[in-house]
Every structure is written in structure tokens, then in C-alpha cells.
Design a protein around this ligand. Sequence first.
Ligand code: ADP
Ligand code: MG
Length: 387
Amino acid sequence: MSHVLLDNDGRPQAAAAPTGKDAASVAATQRNTEDMIVFRGVSKQYGSAVALHATDFSIRKGEFLSLLGPSGSGKSTILNIIAGAVAPTEGIIVLDGKDVSTVPPRERGLGMVFQNYALLPHLNVFDNVAFPLRIRGVAKSEIQQRVRNALERVGLTGYEHRKPREMSGGQQQRVGIARCIVYSPSVILMDEPLGALDKKLRDQLQGEIKRLHRDLGTTLVYVTHDQEEALNLSDRVCLMNGGRIAQLGTPDELYFEPVNEFVADFVGESNLIEGVVQDEGVVRVSANRVLKVRSTQGHAIGAKVKVLVRPEKIDIVEQMRAEDDNTCTGTIAQVSFVGGMTRFELTLADGATLLVKGISARAAERANVGQQLAVRWAARDAVVLRK
Ligand SMILES: Nc1ncnc2c1ncn2[C@@H]1O[C@H](COP(=O)(O)OP(=O)(O)O)[C@@H](O)[C@H]1O
Ligand SMILES: [Mg+2]
């Protein structure tokens, strides 16, 4: 059996880690007591295929962090490495100040919720939720109390005797969540928990998970490929691409200050306009058109850059005015009425396409295909991508 070596201060030593990183680097990761989970150079290879490139990041205590990204980008790999279900090829995992690289899953004090619920079909709801307590040898009277509390938290009081097959998908996932929170894990890990549910139920359970996190105050790591879900739920989002972190930041940072085109495209809709830095805050996009942008800091004059403008930051105006930062006109190539918002695709004079989104108006008042539209946007909403 594996165990953690302790040094003179009772802290775990790096010697137990697979890479043999020096003790100083582990001690350094432990200085910040606000971190719940720290990855230091953690990677995972399957044969010659790299599922996760060497990765460093930390998750704060009590934080709701989503791992977002396309299928195969390494989200579940990170979650399973935290859980201890997958051993990293290299690197150190620190959990609440302890190097757990060699600590087996059950001793890590984590709770896990899966997409397919993973309930035991022959056990009723009570016994499914009681299961983790029984294997931990908790006393019978305490089991009663804790299962009752957990079921109450997920709104399933009265369902104790149902079998999983007698419940809807949403109810089964509530049982999965109750079974996870019943033993008060220090970290909750969820892998696409709402992936099997329809949109309306997903929205409802998203709200419940958010509330649960607020009530429990537990660190929660949540895997999803749905950017809206990640933005809605999370304190911070870690966007993955091809086994690497593309960007880790608040929903605001990913949405309004994406570092590169991949992030801008994955999170929300975007206009990406190519150009060359002409002056501080000015990007030339064609022979007769320049953009005023928020900042060109970090890019030399003459550097090729991409400028992001979110479609909903572009206003449709009656008339172009000289005092506006950026204005142009275009011909409407397409209109889509998507509930509260209407989305216009404009073709500009130089052939470029510009997406514009605005609050919907009734059909009679709505501009239509073939019409000319004048638009404007502020320099502060034109962001030069960092990479
Ligand atoms: N057990 C495994 N054996 C071989 N390759 C794997 C295994 N598990 C995952 N992978 C590969 O690692 C990459 C990342 O997988 P995963 O972390 O599951 O992605 P995600 O959860 O983002 O969809 C994928 O290319 C996947 O095919
Ligand atoms: Mg996955």
C-alpha cells in the first residue's frame, strides 16, 4: 500500500512523488493556504498519445471551478487525476496542503458525481445514499440522520424506498448528488453531471447545483463541454484545448478578454478582425479603414493582430456620428430571430462579414435582408487578442 512520507514538521515529503521533484517546490506550493488543489507539472500519456501536457494550476478553497472544452481536450483526465482514479505520468498533486500523488482514491476525501449516475440498481434510494457511509463504517443512527439531511438538500424526502429505475433521469441525478454530499467530502468532483438530461431539466438542476455549492461552501470541480453552463455556474473557468489549458479565468475574463482565437470562438460568438497595429490604440484593418481599440499594449507598431468585437457590443444606429469610436455600414445578408435577441449578418463594403446582435423588435420594425444598416461600437469593446 502506498503512503505519504512526512518530514520533521509533519508535512508530506516530495520523495513519494513519481517525478522526484525537490521538497522545496512542494513546500512552496503549500505556502498558499488558500489553495485546495494544486497541480505541479502534471501530465498524462497513454502510450505515445498525450491526454494532458505538463500542467500547473491551482483551485482555491471553496471555489466553483469548471473544466470546459471540446470532447477529448483532457477535462475528465484532470478530474480523474484529482480523484486518484488515473495516475499521472509525471507531476505532483497537492490536496489541502498535502502531496496526495500516491494516496489512494478513498483516502483523498473526495466526492464524485458522474453523467450516468452510477447508482446501484438493486438498492433503493436510501441504501444508495447510505452506501458510502456504510463502507466507511459510520454508526447506524448517524447514517439515518445524514441520509435524511442529504435527501432533504436535493429535494427527495419521501423517495427513500424507490428503486433507481422508478425515477426520472433528473431524480436519479439528485440521488447521485445526495450520495456524494452525504459524507461531507472536502472536494466535490462532477463529470458532465447534466449531460444526459434535456435542456429544461438541465437549467433547473444547474440552479440547484449552484445553490448547493453556496450552502455547502465546498470546493467544486465541474466538467462540462457546454460554455453557457460553465459561465453560469463558475467562479472561474479552465478552458482546455488539446490537453493544455487555453485560459483559466473568471467567466468575465474568458468572455471579454480571451487570450486567443480559440477562447474567443469557444466562449460565445465573436467577430475577429485582422489588422496591423498602426499607433497606440489604433489598428488598420484595410487600406481605408482603421479601428480604435481598447489597448494595443504588448504589441509593437506594425505587428499583425486580431481584434475581437462581441456581436452584442455593436449598436445599430440611425445615423453615423463623427464622435463615435468605430462606425460602419453594411448590407444585411441574414437575419435570425432567436427569442429575445435578433442576430444580423452584415456584409461590409470591403466584403468582410460582421455579426451584430440586438434586442429583438417586432417584425414590422425589424430591419430585413438587403437593407443597409449603420452600426457603431466603442473602442473599449474592441479587444486585441494577446496571442
Ligand atoms: N484510458 C485511455 N486510454 C487511451 N486514451 C485515453 C484514455 N482515456 C482518455 N484517453 C484520451 O485522452 C484524451 C483526453 O481524454 P479525456 O480527458 O477523457 O477528454 P474529455 O473529458 O475532455 O472529453 C482523449 O484523446 C482520449 O481519447
Ligand atoms: Mg470527459
